[in-house]
Design a binder for this molecule. Structure first.
Ligand SMILES: [Zn+2]
Length: 101
């Protein structure tokens, strides 16, 4: 689980998930209320992984199984939910905002 770089406190699973669902890099530590940022690596892993899902997997499912985009979307929704639920495990924190590139 993510560890606050300011106070060293470990974030709970629930809190990490809540912060991730905010979809912002700036997060507030539940222990010390200081601003924390997801590191460049964990930001890409935890949030940007959704982009290939939408732009590659859905069209691929639609084409391969000859179904509409809506069906493709519905087909990968459990995958996205699963991914969201495990993403707090990949979250690492930093005191400063790192460039994304
Ligand atoms: Zn803290």
């Amino acid at each position: 689980m993510p560890v606050c770089q300011h106070c060293g406190g470990t974030w709970s699973y629930k809190e990490s998930l809540k912060q991730l669902l905010n979809l912002r890099r700036k997060m507030t530590c539940e222990h010390c209320n200081e601003q924390q940022y997801s590191t460049q690596r964990s930001y890409w892993v935890s949030q940007m992984a959704f982009l290939p899902a939408y732009f590659i997997i859905i069209p691929l499912v639609s084409i391969v199984f000859n179904v509409g985009f809506l069906i493709g979307f519905l087909a990968i929704t459990p995958l996205l939910i699963f991914y969201t639920l495990i993403s707090p495990k990949f979250l690492t924190l930093s005191n400063e905002e790192e460039p994304l590139w």
